[in-house]
Design a protein around this ligand. Structure first.
Ligand code: UD1
Ligand code: CA
Length: 449
């Protein structure tokens, strides 16, 4: 039997934030979401989250998580006090308790699985994860012999000068035999610099206590302040880019681009500098994205080119060209071979295959057939101040420059709209529609004197 407990009750004073620390975002997910994800493959029987500071807010943010038990720690008197709160909910539990610090978000699933495996085979009372850090400032130091047996953990602030030279660092990740840990809870003393009950003090009371060193020290990075948050973001971004480069994506300037866990790329995608991919964005084979583009929950087909543009919650089929300086907003759906040019905004609109919206347009709440040519400056006037209305343009139609289509309005197939028209009525297929004042010319006209 396995139970996982995540310590997430702390305020995170050093973040200087309104947000509880575990809700700080990292590459599109909160710290606590990342910690939860890092142990999901273990399929524990119980999952408990210890909450305290802004407990309701933390609980709300995780409302969608199935089977997560929230345990309140009030007040927050240290990590040992936090785990002490488990005595009641785990009164009848017998098995391993994996304790994860809620602010250590870079652990790989495999690392945690290995720690558990090692703990189970060695029969230790506790096995904790360690790393040798070149700069262990701020972390607890682990004192262990050559066989890996731990005698004590001393917090940085409680260490002597000599003890600080030990760079074997406590990750804040522990696998306990729960029954044995329960016997020594609460920790015996608050006699430390912070006057708190430290979980780390229980380790010296359990025998044998073993540690397992992780090869990639980045994994145990804890986040206490904004600098560490940025450093962890850099580690995640580096991991994601390396992964996709190995899968056949070219990044011209990798460090200038950011990805999310949910981003997916096909083969031979070329990502130019300063592109950002968020949410569950999918980019098809052979695309060229960037420079300077933002894609969020976008679905991009094969061989699409996107230059200096923003695409959010929108779908673009194969062989389209977007930008420079276009914005595809939620519900924009482009069929194959479309062109969307500079200063064009498209929202909640289906654009038929081969259609062109090349310059200075707003197309919202609309449906365009195939091979429509939207002239420069054409606007769908979709909003009457209260409601939104639809515009329909049939296949092969052309709108002249600066047309305003006042919705609801429907243009048939192969319609031509004269430049500068403001249309308020439907136009049948094959017609020419003009809706503008006749031009007046007064010859030999002289200005009044
Ligand atoms: C802790 C460890 C330290 C280790 C480091 C790794 C202790 C005493 N020290 O130090 O050895 O090197 O993590 O990152 O455990 N929390 C609660 N309730 C509390 C206090 C904290 O739930 O009363 C939670 C926090 O929200 C946080 C985690 O426990 O997610 C760790 O607390 P933090 O104060 O950041 O501990 P560190 O000083 O980093
Ligand atoms: Ca910490």
């Amino acid at each position: 039997m396995l139970a996982v407990a995540i310590l997430a009750a702390g305020k995170g004073t050093r973040m200087k934030s309104e947000l509880p620390k575990v809700l700080q975002p990292l590459a599109g997910a909160t710290l606590v979401e990342r910690v939860l994800a890092s142990c999901s493959q273990l399929q524990p029987e119980r999952r408990l989250l210890i909450v305290g500071h802004q407990a309701e807010r933390v609980e709300q943010s995780l409302a969608a998580q199935q089977g997560l038990e929230f345990v309140l720690q009030q007040p927050q008197n240290g990590t040992g006090h936090a785990v002490q709160q488990l005595l009641e909910p785990l009164a009848d539990f017998d098995g391993e308790l994996l304790v994860l610090n809620g602010d250590v978000p870079l652990l790989r699933e495999q690392t945690i699985a290995d720690l558990l495996e090692r703990h189970r085979t060695s029969g230790a009372a506790v096995t904790l994860l360690t790393a040798r850090l070149s700069d262990p400032t701020g972390y607890g130091r682990v004192f262990a012999d050559a066989s890996g047996q731990v005698s004590a953990i001393v917090e940085h602030r409680d260490c002597s000068e000599a003890q600080r030279r030990n760079n074997l660092t406590n990750a804040g990740i522990y696998c306990f035999n729960w029954r044995k840990l329960a016997e020594v809870l609460p920790p015996p003393t608050t006699d430390n610099d912070q006057g708190e009950l430290y979980l780390t003090d229980t380790v010296a009371m359990l025998s044998p206590a073993m540690h397992q060193e992780v090869a990639d020290a980045d994994e145990i990075n804890g986040i206490n302040d904004r600098l560490q948050l940025a450093q962890c973001e850099a580690v995640i971004q580096d991991r994601l880019r390396r992964h996709w480069m190995a899968e056949g994506v070219t990044f011209v300037d990798p460090a200038s681009c950011t990805l999310s866990d949910g981003t997916r790329f096909g083969r031979d995608v070329l990502v130019e500098p300063q592109c950002h991919f968020r949410g569950n964005t999918v980019v098809g084979d052979g695309c060229r994205i960037g420079p300077g583009s933002l894609l969020e929950n976008a679905r991009i087909g094969e061989r699409v080119e996107i230059t200096y543009s923003v695409v959010r919650e929108a779908t673009v089929a194969a062989d389209c060209a977007i930008g420079p300086f276009a914005q595809l907003r939620p519900g924009a759906e482009l069929a194959s071979g479309c062109r969307v040019g500079n200063f064009v905004e498209i929202k909640k609109a289906q654009i038929g295959a081969g259609s062109k919206v090349n310059h200075l347009s707003y197309i919202g709440d609309a449906e365009l057939g195939e091979n429509v040519n939207v002239g420069a400056g054409t606007i769908t006037a979709n909003y009457d101040g209260v409601n939104k209305h639809r515009t329909v343009i049939g296949a092969g139609s052309k709108t002249g420059a600066n047309s305003v289509l006042v919705a609801p309005i429907s243009l048939g197939a192969n319609v031509t709209v004269g430049a500068g028209s403001t249309l308020t009525k439907d136009v049948p297929s094959g017609a020419l529609a003009l809706g503008r004042a006749k031009q007046l010319v007064k010859e030999n006209w002289q200005a009044p004197t």
